[in-house]
Design a protein. Structure first.
Length: 240
């Protein structure tokens, strides 16, 4: 059996393919560039976010970390980005060397998300910022909980049409990735506070994913708590 690193290389065409608006939203939450910034993208995938980081921070040092050799190769195609192959649990960078870290749709794909948060915390400067995004388990609950109890063959035969309409692709019940977990926003917020982060901003992203009418989707989203969004964005800083 291939290792997780080899599996991610084989899946490279499917990794890190969120829509442009998703990455633009993440970038909009980050601070404006200052001279001498160092920016880190943990789990840089195919380099889609790195390209947008480069555009927003043209004078900064841009770093990417990725788990598989193939994805490091793809991320490294971004101009002036230095990408390294490393596990998010052990990032070989100097302590307190990063001004802004991005970690988008990553911690659900590791078996120790708290350790990843601690690792990033060590790398951030005292006034540094972390922008993190995570798929939200409650965004597709209770359908998610129900389907986890249905045998896979039965689910595919009788519920697939319902699943495709309601459940987001990042539901671990449907995942193609070797490691995939589901967490609620409250779980992640609690981990971050306990590992020494101050929460600066917290917002839901992508309500009613399959509702076609964009305006209706926007209006309904205003009345729904972020804890029910399909994903959530958190901006945090190390506690002084």
């Amino acid at each position: 059996m291939n290792s997780a690193r080899e599996q991610y290389s084989l899946l490279a065409d499917k990794i890190g393919m969120s829509p442009p608006k998703f990455y633009e939203t993440a970038l909009s939450l980050a601070p404006e560039e200052e001279l001498g910034f160092s920016i880190l993208d943990v789990g840089s995938g195919q380099g889609l976010l790195l390209r947008k980081i480069r555009a927003k921070y043209p004078r900064s040092r841009i770093l990417g970390v990725e788990f598989s050799k193939e994805l490091v190769t793809r991320s490294s195609r971004v101009q002036n980005a230095n990408c390294i192959m490393a596990d998010a649990l052990h990032i070989p960078l100097l302590e307190k060397s990063i001004d802004v870290a991005f970690c988008t749709e990553v911690i659900e794909h590791v078996n120790d998300p708290v350790k990843v948060l601690k690792e990033i915390h060590v790398l951030l400067k005292p006034k540094g910022k972390l922008v993190i995004t995570v798929p939200n388990r409650l965004g597709y609950y209770p359908a998610y909980a129900f389907l986890r109890k249905v045998p896979a063959n039965t689910r595919r035969r009788f519920f697939q049409r319902f699943v495709n309409w309601l459940i987001p692709d990042d539901d671990p019940a449907l995942s193609f990735q070797p490691v995939d977990h589901a967490y609620s926003s409250n779980e992640v917020l609690d981990w971050m506070r306990k590992t020494g982060y101050e929460i600066i901003n917290y917002a839901g992203y992508d309500f009613f994913r399959n509702l076609r009418a964009a305006r209706a989707k926007e209006l309904l989203g205003r009345f729904v708590s972020p804890i029910l969004a399909y994903s959530f964005f958190i901006v945090a800083s190390p506690v002084p």
